[in-house]
Design a protein around this ligand. Structure first.
Ligand SMILES: NC(=O)c1ccc[n+]([C@@H]2O[C@H](COP(=O)([O-])OP(=O)(O)OC[C@H]3O[C@@H](n4cnc5c(N)ncnc54)[C@H](O)[C@@H]3O)[C@@H](O)[C@H]2O)c1
Length: 261
């Protein structure tokens, strides 16, 4: 399986940033935003690590991939680090998403009001059910704040018109591959899949899969063995979405997606 890797710029920065580091960058960004709100201009690696829920050595290593080494005795400049991380993970620009499958989960995701603060907006909603097509959905804090659910048959047109950067699949498992294929045919190359199925994707397409069941099973495993390691509280090798949703699996690009359960 191939993995994506962002490219760092700046003197001394290595070219590829490991996926595990990329997965932690949103944690640092969220912590930095909170520190900035408190009026802090600089932060030590220990403070930022605490606020992000990772250990300081891990944090320093992660930030060194971005060419950010901090200043001894002073720490990191909060604004500079926010800009640098934001530029790496693309949060300095706004990304649009289309949600396909407006049942329980799709509706819940659509009603999440935190997208804008993290650089996302919902551009379109799609479902196959005649009972849902044409319904208006209010999306708090989104632009626009009301979207009409469009038909699955029009998915290609919807993608062409709304030009989303990311497709979110919240259909039943049996419909997910077809939806994925049509998203890809319409030009989408980034897909977040909530359906419990393995998606086949062509080269150049990135799929991340979110599986609540997998996360519960991991916790159940630790319960069963009754020896939760200290680092299991925050798994530093996994992304945490930071919004209460479970971590996403490693990205798959242009290859068979990892089996998640
Ligand atoms: N990853 C997770 O952690 C997690 C958690 C909960 C549910 N799920 C999965 O998310 C999916 C949705 O769950 P739900 O509870 O919202 O189901 P649901 O039945 O409430 O909603 C599914 C929706 O998809 C629509 N749909 C079906 N085929 C479609 C197609 N071809 N194109 C567009 N829309 C189509 C249906 O009309 C329905 O509105 C399921 O696959 C479920 O297993 C994943």
């Amino acid at each position: 399986m191939q993995h994506t890797g962002a490219t760092a710029t700046g003197p001394g920065a290595p070219r590829a940033i490991p996926d595990a580091t990329i997965a932690r960058l949103p944690l640092y960004l969220r912590a930095l935003a909170a520190l900035a709100e408190q009026g802090l201009h600089t932060v030590s690696s220990g403070e930022l690590a605490d606020a992000s829920g990772v250990n300081p050595a891990q944090l320093r290593k992660d930030l060194s991939h971005l060419g950010s080494y901090g200043t001894r005795g002073v720490g990191y400049d909060v604004a500079t680090l926010r800009t640098r991380i934001g530029a790496q993970i693309g949060s300095t620009q706004q990304w649009s998403v289309v949600i396909v499958g407006m049942g329980n989960l799709g509706s819940a995701l659509a009603s999440y009001s935190g997208y804008a603060a993290r650089g996302f907006r919902v551009a379109a909603l799609v479902d196959a059910s005649d009972a849902l097509i044409g319904q208006q959905v209010r999306l708090e804090g989104n632009d626009p704040d009301v979207l009409t659910i469009q038909g699955d048959a029009d998915l290609a047109d919807v993608v062409r018109a709304a030009q989303p950067a990311i497709g979110i699949i919240t259909t039943p498992a049996e419909a997910a591959q077809g939806v994925c294929d049509r998203m890809v045919a319409a030009g989408l190359t980034s897909i977040l899949n909530f359906a419990p199925t393995v998606l086949q994707i062509p080269e150049g397409v990135v799929v991340r899969a979110v599986d609540l069941g997998q996360e519960l099973q991991i916790l159940a495993y630790h319960q069963q063995h009754a020896q939760i390691p200290a680092d299991a509280v925050v798994d530093t090798d996994q992304a945490t979405s930071g919004n209460g949703l479970p971590a996403a699996a490693e990205p798959a690009t242009g290859s068979r997606e990892e089996v998640l359960q």
